[in-house]
Design a protein around this ligand. Structure first.
Ligand SMILES: Nc1ncnc2c1ncn2[C@@H]1O[C@H](COP(=O)(O)OP(=O)(O)O)[C@@H](O)[C@H]1O
Ligand SMILES: [Mg+2]
Length: 407
């Protein structure tokens, strides 16, 4: 095994909350005369390794200790117990404005920050234009940063952090602040870093971006490590825990905040019969019945089809279909119409989902809401899950007779 880029070993971090005012006599007696503060553990015995070259996500509710962990990695805070080792040159983009001096200009802050992050004056001079250009703040570079918008702060901070050419890059939340154009530039830069084999640690509340960007994820809860593993698995568990409706079937918990709920799903054949057996090649409709007690704006419907072994065959949604749903209220349904069912003979499970239009918030996610069987039809193929509807051609080929075909 190679040495990890970052090794977090039994890290605990304590803060003291000082009580200065409005103490009742009873409270101070209870605490004893000397205890003017309460101890509070923001991190408790957290252990994990981050492999070199991986992109690692830290997720968890507000106050769960993500920023504290990142500051410990950046050596801005010192753990009270345990240790953190970090291989290579580190650069950090922490909370908004951290590391900037408000009275100094953007230019002065670039030089100051660059120096702190280990760039020589010569290196800084040669990269200065690129830094300012990436941040897109040429006109403001000589104004004090206290006059900057939060977006400008973040752009400049990110630009400095990536231009010092670190081996390990730590990023806290901030990327969500910039506009779409800047976010795209950051995503490209992060992809470039990944390709160069650099190690990246990202704190973010945007689960979709953590899911796409990160290899592995750690979930913190009240300062403790709750879960650790591949990004999709940890995020799915987290969502399932955060929103689960435990009254549902054991192995496949339903989750979501419930403003819109999927009430039922049905499979409908060409003659409009519900629950009929269908065959490969048939026109089929999957219908999802929903209910929303109050009006809900900006909704996205989606579904997935899995084999009984759990392989996802397809997972379309209304957004990918080029549609928006500005408002739902009361009862209704949406249909997914399949002109020609290309699933081969077998049994399949359907998952239904209603999310906010940006895909961030689950209203209802119902694994295995419906199971259906497909009988052999046309195309008639034995192997695999789907037919691609392809045809064979070749000079040596001739058509089979009916009798040969059946054998
Ligand atoms: N300097 C500090 N002094 C006292 N408490 C702090 C300090 N920094 C963070 N905390 C507390 O530690 C907990 C974890 O904070 P933080 O790491 O910022 O969480 P997150 O980034 O996950 O939202 C919170 O309860 C927060 O109030
Ligand atoms: Mg934070």
């Amino acid at each position: 095994m190679s040495v990890p880029a970052i090794r977090v070993a039994d890290v605990s971090k304590r803060f003291r909350l000082y009580h200065e005012r409005n103490q009742s006599l009873k409270a101070s007696v209870m605490r004893g005369r000397r205890a003017r503060y309460e101890e509070f553990w923001a991190l408790k015995d957290v252990t994990f390794d981050i492999p070199v070259g991986s992109t690692f996500g830290l997720i968890g509710e507000n106050g769960s200790g993500k920023s504290t962990m990142l500051k410990c990695m950046a050596r801005i805070l010192r753990p009270d117990k345990g240790s953190i080792s970090l291989e290579g040159k580190m650069s950090a983009l922490l909370e908004l404005g951290a590391g900037f001096h408000p009275e100094l200009s953007g230019r002065e802050n670039v030089y100051l920050n660059g120096a702190i992050l280990g760039l020589s004056k010569k290196q800084l001079m040669s990269r200065f234009d690129e830094i300012v250009d990436f941040a897109g703040i040429e006109q403001f570079i000589d104004s004090p940063v206290k006059n900057y918008s939060s977006g400008m702060y973040v752009r400049l901070g990110f630009s400095v952090a990536i231009n010092v050419d670190p081996d390990v890059l730590l990023i806290d939340e901030v990327l969500a602040v910039g506009d779409a154009d800047f976010q795209r530039k950051c995503a490209e830069k992060i992809a470039e870093f990944r390709a160069q084999g650099k190690t990246i640690v990202i704190v973010s509340h945007s689960l979709p971006s953590v899911r796409t960007l990160c290899d592995e994820v750690a979930l913190l809860e009240h300062g403790e490590l709750r879960d650790l593993g591949p990004a999709p698995a940890v995020i799915d568990h987290y969502l399932a825990d955060a929103f689960s409706d435990r009254s549902d079937e054991g192995g496949h918990p339903r989750w979501g905040s419930g403003e819109v709920r999927i009430e039922a799903a049905e499979i409908i054949d060409a003659d409009g019969r519900s629950g009929a057996r269908v065959r490969t090649g048939d026109p089929v409709t999957l219908r999802f019945h929903y209910v929303a007690k109050e009006p809900v704006a900006n909704v996205m419907f989606g579904m997935a089809i899995e084999t009984v072994a759990g392989a996802e065959v397809t997972g379309p949604n209304t957004r990918d279909g080029g549609l928006t749903c500005d408002r739902v209220v009361g009862k209704g349904f949406v249909d997914f119409r399949i002109p020609r069912l290309m699933l081969l003979g077998g049994t399949y499970d359907v998952t239904a989902a209603v999310y906010s239009a940006d895909g961030l918030h689950p209203f209802d996610h119902v694994p295995h809401v419906l199971r259906f069987d497909v009988d052999q039809g046309d195309p008639h193929e034995e192997n695999g899950i789907v037919s691609l509807g392809g045809t064979w051609e070749g000079e040596a080929l001739r058509a089979l007779g009916m009798r040969e075909r059946a054998g």
